[in-house]
Design a protein around this ligand. Structure first.
Ligand SMILES: Cc1ncc(COP(=O)(O)O)c(C=O)c1O
Length: 365
Protein backbone atom coordinates (compact mmCIF):
# COMPACT_ATOMS: atom_id res chain seq x y z
CA UNK A 1 0.00 0.00 0.00
CA UNK A 2 1.28 3.50 -0.89
CA UNK A 3 0.03 6.46 1.15
CA UNK A 4 0.90 9.93 0.01
CA UNK A 5 1.54 12.73 2.47
CA UNK A 6 -0.94 14.85 0.52
CA UNK A 7 -2.80 14.09 -2.71
CA UNK A 8 -4.41 17.16 -4.26
CA UNK A 9 -5.49 15.37 -7.42
CA UNK A 10 -7.64 12.94 -5.44
CA UNK A 11 -9.09 15.78 -3.35
CA UNK A 12 -9.94 17.76 -6.49
CA UNK A 13 -11.50 14.78 -8.29
CA UNK A 14 -14.88 15.17 -6.60
CA UNK A 15 -15.18 18.85 -7.55
CA UNK A 16 -13.39 18.87 -10.88
CA UNK A 17 -16.39 20.01 -12.93
CA UNK A 18 -17.12 22.87 -10.54
CA UNK A 19 -13.50 24.02 -10.71
CA UNK A 20 -13.42 23.75 -14.49
CA UNK A 21 -16.70 25.72 -14.71
CA UNK A 22 -15.32 28.49 -12.50
CA UNK A 23 -12.09 28.75 -14.49
CA UNK A 24 -14.02 28.77 -17.75
CA UNK A 25 -16.30 31.51 -16.52
CA UNK A 26 -13.31 33.73 -15.66
CA UNK A 27 -11.76 32.93 -19.02
CA UNK A 28 -15.01 33.92 -20.74
CA UNK A 29 -15.31 37.15 -18.75
CA UNK A 30 -12.32 38.67 -20.54
CA UNK A 31 -11.21 40.27 -17.24
CA UNK A 32 -7.96 38.74 -16.04
CA UNK A 33 -6.75 41.16 -13.37
CA UNK A 34 -9.24 41.75 -10.57
CA UNK A 35 -12.84 41.35 -11.73
CA UNK A 36 -15.80 39.42 -10.32
CA UNK A 37 -13.93 36.31 -9.17
CA UNK A 38 -11.53 38.37 -7.02
CA UNK A 39 -14.32 40.58 -5.62
CA UNK A 40 -16.39 37.50 -4.81
CA UNK A 41 -13.52 35.75 -3.08
CA UNK A 42 -12.54 38.76 -0.99
CA UNK A 43 -16.14 39.21 0.19
CA UNK A 44 -16.70 35.49 0.87
CA UNK A 45 -13.43 34.96 2.72
CA UNK A 46 -13.99 38.03 4.93
CA UNK A 47 -17.48 36.77 5.69
CA UNK A 48 -16.20 33.22 6.37
CA UNK A 49 -13.66 34.62 8.86
CA UNK A 50 -16.16 37.06 10.32
CA UNK A 51 -13.89 40.02 9.68
CA UNK A 52 -14.43 43.28 7.83
CA UNK A 53 -11.85 43.37 5.03
CA UNK A 54 -9.99 40.92 2.83
CA UNK A 55 -7.49 42.01 0.20
CA UNK A 56 -6.22 39.41 -2.27
CA UNK A 57 -2.46 39.37 -2.95
CA UNK A 58 -0.02 37.27 -4.95
CA UNK A 59 1.17 34.83 -2.28
CA UNK A 60 1.70 34.34 1.45
CA UNK A 61 5.18 35.84 1.61
CA UNK A 62 3.89 39.03 -0.05
CA UNK A 63 0.94 39.04 2.35
CA UNK A 64 3.34 39.30 5.32
CA UNK A 65 5.61 41.75 3.53
CA UNK A 66 2.74 44.04 2.45
CA UNK A 67 1.32 43.96 5.98
CA UNK A 68 4.67 45.10 7.38
CA UNK A 69 4.94 47.76 4.66
CA UNK A 70 1.50 49.09 5.57
CA UNK A 71 2.68 49.45 9.17
CA UNK A 72 5.71 51.35 7.92
CA UNK A 73 8.24 48.77 9.11
CA UNK A 74 11.56 49.76 7.60
CA UNK A 75 15.31 49.37 7.70
CA UNK A 76 16.70 49.01 11.20
CA UNK A 77 13.35 48.18 12.85
CA UNK A 78 13.11 44.94 14.78
CA UNK A 79 10.28 42.46 14.35
CA UNK A 80 9.77 39.54 16.73
CA UNK A 81 9.34 36.22 14.93
CA UNK A 82 9.23 32.58 16.03
CA UNK A 83 12.52 30.78 15.46
CA UNK A 84 10.56 27.63 14.58
CA UNK A 85 8.69 28.57 11.42
CA UNK A 86 8.82 28.41 7.64
CA UNK A 87 11.46 30.79 6.29
CA UNK A 88 8.89 33.10 4.65
CA UNK A 89 8.07 34.64 8.04
CA UNK A 90 11.68 35.80 8.36
CA UNK A 91 12.17 36.72 4.69
CA UNK A 92 9.24 39.13 4.76
CA UNK A 93 10.96 41.05 7.59
CA UNK A 94 14.42 40.97 5.98
CA UNK A 95 13.06 42.06 2.59
CA UNK A 96 12.31 45.47 4.14
CA UNK A 97 15.74 45.79 5.76
CA UNK A 98 14.21 45.14 9.18
CA UNK A 99 15.69 42.57 11.58
CA UNK A 100 13.91 39.32 12.53
CA UNK A 101 14.38 38.82 16.29
CA UNK A 102 13.94 35.14 17.07
CA UNK A 103 11.93 33.70 19.96
CA UNK A 104 12.03 29.99 20.74
CA UNK A 105 8.93 27.76 20.59
CA UNK A 106 7.21 26.06 23.45
CA UNK A 107 8.41 22.43 23.40
CA UNK A 108 4.87 21.01 23.61
CA UNK A 109 2.80 23.25 21.37
CA UNK A 110 5.63 24.19 18.93
CA UNK A 111 4.17 27.72 18.96
CA UNK A 112 6.14 30.81 19.96
CA UNK A 113 6.92 30.66 23.69
CA UNK A 114 5.02 33.71 24.85
CA UNK A 115 6.91 33.86 28.15
CA UNK A 116 10.11 34.62 26.21
CA UNK A 117 8.79 37.51 24.09
CA UNK A 118 9.20 40.42 26.52
CA UNK A 119 12.88 39.80 27.16
CA UNK A 120 13.76 40.51 23.49
CA UNK A 121 11.74 43.72 23.16
CA UNK A 122 13.97 46.75 22.57
CA UNK A 123 13.46 50.37 21.57
CA UNK A 124 13.69 49.27 17.95
CA UNK A 125 10.94 46.64 18.22
CA UNK A 126 7.93 47.56 16.10
CA UNK A 127 5.90 44.40 15.65
CA UNK A 128 5.36 40.75 16.55
CA UNK A 129 4.55 38.07 13.99
CA UNK A 130 2.88 35.11 15.68
CA UNK A 131 2.69 32.12 13.34
CA UNK A 132 -0.23 29.71 13.72
CA UNK A 133 2.11 26.89 12.87
CA UNK A 134 0.73 23.52 11.74
CA UNK A 135 -2.76 25.06 11.97
CA UNK A 136 -2.60 25.60 15.68
CA UNK A 137 -3.32 29.14 16.88
CA UNK A 138 -0.63 30.86 18.92
CA UNK A 139 -1.71 32.16 22.32
CA UNK A 140 -3.23 35.40 21.00
CA UNK A 141 -4.63 36.78 24.28
CA UNK A 142 -1.18 36.87 25.82
CA UNK A 143 0.44 38.19 22.63
CA UNK A 144 -2.15 40.97 22.34
CA UNK A 145 -1.51 41.94 25.97
CA UNK A 146 2.26 42.16 25.41
CA UNK A 147 1.76 44.13 22.18
CA UNK A 148 -0.55 46.61 23.95
CA UNK A 149 1.85 47.06 26.87
CA UNK A 150 4.78 47.80 24.55
CA UNK A 151 2.92 49.61 21.78
CA UNK A 152 3.71 47.00 19.13
CA UNK A 153 1.80 45.95 16.03
CA UNK A 154 0.72 42.35 15.44
CA UNK A 155 0.87 40.75 11.99
CA UNK A 156 -0.37 37.17 12.17
CA UNK A 157 1.13 34.60 9.83
CA UNK A 158 -1.95 32.46 9.22
CA UNK A 159 -0.58 30.63 6.18
CA UNK A 160 -1.35 27.27 7.82
CA UNK A 161 -4.49 28.12 9.78
CA UNK A 162 -7.51 28.45 7.46
CA UNK A 163 -10.56 27.77 9.61
CA UNK A 164 -8.66 27.46 12.90
CA UNK A 165 -10.26 29.09 15.93
CA UNK A 166 -8.77 30.70 19.02
CA UNK A 167 -11.21 30.71 21.94
CA UNK A 168 -14.19 30.26 19.60
CA UNK A 169 -13.19 33.12 17.32
CA UNK A 170 -11.83 32.27 13.87
CA UNK A 171 -8.26 33.32 13.16
CA UNK A 172 -8.49 36.30 10.80
CA UNK A 173 -8.74 39.48 12.85
CA UNK A 174 -7.04 39.09 16.24
CA UNK A 175 -3.98 41.10 15.18
CA UNK A 176 -3.75 44.35 13.20
CA UNK A 177 -3.28 42.43 9.96
CA UNK A 178 -3.48 38.73 9.15
CA UNK A 179 -1.47 37.19 6.30
CA UNK A 180 -2.76 34.16 4.37
CA UNK A 181 -1.20 31.83 1.82
CA UNK A 182 -3.25 29.79 -0.62
CA UNK A 183 -0.26 27.77 -1.83
CA UNK A 184 -1.81 24.59 -3.31
CA UNK A 185 -0.99 22.33 -0.35
CA UNK A 186 -2.65 24.58 2.24
CA UNK A 187 -6.02 23.71 3.85
CA UNK A 188 -7.46 26.22 1.40
CA UNK A 189 -5.19 26.07 -1.62
CA UNK A 190 -5.30 27.50 -5.13
CA UNK A 191 -3.83 25.78 -8.18
CA UNK A 192 -0.81 28.07 -8.15
CA UNK A 193 0.44 30.89 -5.94
CA UNK A 194 -2.12 33.07 -4.17
CA UNK A 195 -2.54 34.92 -0.88
CA UNK A 196 -4.61 37.46 1.04
CA UNK A 197 -4.56 39.86 3.96
CA UNK A 198 -7.48 40.22 6.35
CA UNK A 199 -8.12 42.94 8.92
CA UNK A 200 -10.84 44.92 10.69
CA UNK A 201 -8.97 48.16 10.08
CA UNK A 202 -10.31 50.08 7.07
CA UNK A 203 -7.25 52.31 6.65
CA UNK A 204 -4.84 49.38 6.77
CA UNK A 205 -6.97 47.42 4.30
CA UNK A 206 -6.87 50.33 1.90
CA UNK A 207 -3.14 50.77 2.40
CA UNK A 208 -2.26 47.13 1.65
CA UNK A 209 -4.45 47.24 -1.44
CA UNK A 210 -2.64 50.29 -2.74
CA UNK A 211 0.79 48.90 -1.82
CA UNK A 212 0.10 45.66 -3.70
CA UNK A 213 -0.99 47.61 -6.78
CA UNK A 214 2.20 49.61 -7.55
CA UNK A 215 1.31 52.02 -4.75
CA UNK A 216 -1.60 53.14 -6.87
CA UNK A 217 -5.29 53.67 -6.21
CA UNK A 218 -5.92 55.25 -9.60
CA UNK A 219 -4.15 54.04 -12.72
CA UNK A 220 -0.88 55.92 -13.38
CA UNK A 221 -1.14 57.90 -10.14
CA UNK A 222 1.41 56.40 -7.73
CA UNK A 223 1.13 57.42 -4.09
CA UNK A 224 3.42 54.83 -2.47
CA UNK A 225 6.52 52.82 -3.36
CA UNK A 226 4.44 49.72 -3.85
CA UNK A 227 4.91 46.35 -5.51
CA UNK A 228 2.83 44.28 -7.92
CA UNK A 229 1.19 41.54 -5.89
CA UNK A 230 -2.47 40.94 -6.68
CA UNK A 231 -4.67 37.88 -6.35
CA UNK A 232 -4.87 36.25 -9.79
CA UNK A 233 -8.42 36.11 -11.19
CA UNK A 234 -8.20 32.45 -12.21
CA UNK A 235 -6.85 31.49 -8.78
CA UNK A 236 -9.68 33.47 -7.15
CA UNK A 237 -12.24 31.53 -9.19
CA UNK A 238 -10.78 28.23 -7.96
CA UNK A 239 -10.68 29.51 -4.37
CA UNK A 240 -14.36 30.49 -4.62
CA UNK A 241 -15.22 26.85 -5.30
CA UNK A 242 -12.85 25.40 -2.74
CA UNK A 243 -13.88 27.76 0.09
CA UNK A 244 -17.29 26.02 0.09
CA UNK A 245 -15.57 22.75 1.02
CA UNK A 246 -13.10 24.10 3.57
CA UNK A 247 -15.17 23.28 6.66
CA UNK A 248 -15.84 19.75 5.43
CA UNK A 249 -12.16 19.16 4.67
CA UNK A 250 -11.12 20.65 8.01
CA UNK A 251 -13.61 18.33 9.73
CA UNK A 252 -11.98 15.40 7.95
CA UNK A 253 -8.57 16.62 9.11
CA UNK A 254 -9.86 16.84 12.70
CA UNK A 255 -11.18 13.28 12.57
CA UNK A 256 -7.83 12.06 11.27
CA UNK A 257 -6.03 13.98 14.03
CA UNK A 258 -8.41 12.46 16.61
CA UNK A 259 -7.73 8.95 15.31
CA UNK A 260 -3.96 9.56 15.39
CA UNK A 261 -4.16 10.96 18.92
CA UNK A 262 -6.32 8.16 20.26
CA UNK A 263 -4.95 5.17 18.41
CA UNK A 264 -1.22 5.72 17.99
CA UNK A 265 0.56 3.91 20.81
CA UNK A 266 4.27 3.99 20.16
CA UNK A 267 6.51 5.07 23.00
CA UNK A 268 9.19 6.27 20.57
CA UNK A 269 6.84 8.96 19.26
CA UNK A 270 5.60 12.10 21.02
CA UNK A 271 2.19 13.17 19.76
CA UNK A 272 1.06 16.81 19.67
CA UNK A 273 -0.69 18.15 22.74
CA UNK A 274 -4.36 17.16 23.05
CA UNK A 275 -5.54 20.46 24.54
CA UNK A 276 -5.27 22.04 21.13
CA UNK A 277 -7.68 19.66 19.43
CA UNK A 278 -10.67 21.99 19.34
CA UNK A 279 -8.77 24.89 17.83
CA UNK A 280 -6.28 23.57 15.30
CA UNK A 281 -6.98 23.43 11.57
CA UNK A 282 -4.59 20.45 11.54
CA UNK A 283 -2.70 21.60 8.48
CA UNK A 284 0.12 19.36 9.66
CA UNK A 285 0.12 16.48 12.16
CA UNK A 286 3.61 16.72 13.67
CA UNK A 287 5.17 13.88 15.67
CA UNK A 288 8.51 13.93 17.42
CA UNK A 289 11.07 11.19 17.93
CA UNK A 290 14.70 10.96 18.92
CA UNK A 291 14.97 8.26 16.22
CA UNK A 292 13.19 10.43 13.65
CA UNK A 293 15.29 9.65 10.59
CA UNK A 294 15.24 5.87 11.14
CA UNK A 295 11.51 5.72 11.87
CA UNK A 296 10.78 7.94 8.88
CA UNK A 297 12.81 5.62 6.67
CA UNK A 298 11.09 2.50 7.97
CA UNK A 299 7.68 4.04 7.38
CA UNK A 300 8.81 4.97 3.88
CA UNK A 301 9.71 1.32 3.27
CA UNK A 302 6.12 0.46 4.24
CA UNK A 303 4.78 2.89 1.62
CA UNK A 304 4.05 5.75 4.02
CA UNK A 305 5.23 9.16 2.87
CA UNK A 306 6.17 11.58 5.65
CA UNK A 307 7.74 15.05 5.44
CA UNK A 308 9.79 17.27 7.74
CA UNK A 309 8.54 20.74 8.68
CA UNK A 310 11.29 22.03 8.81
CA UNK A 311 14.67 20.32 8.55
CA UNK A 312 16.81 23.50 8.73
CA UNK A 313 15.58 26.39 10.89
CA UNK A 314 15.87 29.93 9.44
CA UNK A 315 18.77 30.91 11.75
CA UNK A 316 20.81 27.95 10.43
CA UNK A 317 20.30 28.87 6.77
CA UNK A 318 23.31 30.36 4.97
CA UNK A 319 21.58 33.75 4.63
CA UNK A 320 21.07 34.16 8.38
CA UNK A 321 23.72 31.89 9.96
CA UNK A 322 26.39 34.48 10.65
CA UNK A 323 24.00 36.98 12.21
CA UNK A 324 22.53 34.48 14.67
CA UNK A 325 25.69 32.75 15.90
CA UNK A 326 25.13 34.05 19.43
CA UNK A 327 21.49 33.07 19.59
CA UNK A 328 20.98 30.01 21.70
CA UNK A 329 18.02 28.37 19.96
CA UNK A 330 18.30 24.87 21.38
CA UNK A 331 14.61 23.98 21.30
CA UNK A 332 14.30 25.01 17.66
CA UNK A 333 17.31 22.90 16.75
CA UNK A 334 15.98 19.94 18.70
CA UNK A 335 12.64 20.22 16.90
CA UNK A 336 14.31 20.41 13.50
CA UNK A 337 16.13 17.16 14.33
CA UNK A 338 13.16 15.32 15.82
CA UNK A 339 9.91 16.44 14.19
CA UNK A 340 8.29 14.84 11.20
CA UNK A 341 4.80 15.05 9.77
CA UNK A 342 2.36 12.19 9.17
CA UNK A 343 0.07 12.07 6.11
CA UNK A 344 -2.81 14.48 6.65
CA UNK A 345 -5.64 15.65 4.44
CA UNK A 346 -9.02 14.81 2.94
CA UNK A 347 -7.39 12.36 0.52
CA UNK A 348 -6.98 9.75 3.28
CA UNK A 349 -9.60 6.96 3.40
CA UNK A 350 -10.57 4.95 6.50
CA UNK A 351 -8.63 2.05 5.07
CA UNK A 352 -5.55 4.30 4.67
CA UNK A 353 -5.92 5.45 8.26
CA UNK A 354 -6.18 1.89 9.62
CA UNK A 355 -3.07 0.94 7.66
CA UNK A 356 -1.20 4.06 8.80
CA UNK A 357 -1.99 3.55 12.46
CA UNK A 358 -1.17 -0.16 12.47
CA UNK A 359 2.17 0.43 10.72
CA UNK A 360 3.05 3.40 12.94
CA UNK A 361 2.28 1.32 16.04
CA UNK A 362 4.51 -1.52 14.88
CA UNK A 363 7.49 0.58 13.75
CA UNK A 364 10.25 0.62 16.35
CA UNK A 365 13.99 1.17 16.24
C1 LIG B 1 4.04 29.62 7.95
C2 LIG B 1 4.13 30.10 6.52
N1 LIG B 1 4.33 31.39 6.28
C3 LIG B 1 4.39 31.88 5.03
C4 LIG B 1 4.27 31.05 3.94
C5 LIG B 1 4.45 31.64 2.58
O1 LIG B 1 3.37 31.43 1.74
P1 LIG B 1 3.60 31.39 0.15
O2 LIG B 1 4.24 30.08 -0.17
O3 LIG B 1 2.21 31.51 -0.39
O4 LIG B 1 4.44 32.56 -0.21
C6 LIG B 1 4.02 29.68 4.14
C7 LIG B 1 3.80 28.72 3.06
O5 LIG B 1 4.35 28.41 2.15
C8 LIG B 1 3.97 29.19 5.47
O6 LIG B 1 3.77 27.89 5.71
Amino acid sequence: MQIKFLDLKTTHNGILEEIQGAIFSTLNSGVYIGGDSVDEFEASYASYLNCKYCVGVGNGLDAIKLSLMALDIKEGDEVIVPSHTFIATWLAVSSLGAVPVAVEPDIDSYSIDVSKIERVISEKTKAIIPVHLYGQPADMDKIIKIAKNHDLYIVEDAAQAHGATYKDKKIGSHGDLVAWSFYPGKNLGAIGDAGAITTNNKDLAEKVRILGNYGSRKKYINEEKGINSRLDSIQASVLNVKLKYLDLWNQQRRSIACAYLEEIHNDQLYLPSKICLADSAWHIFPVRSESRDKIKKKLGNKGIETLIHYPIPPHKQKIYRNDYLNNNLEITEKLSNELFSLPMGPHLTEQDLDYLISKINSTYI
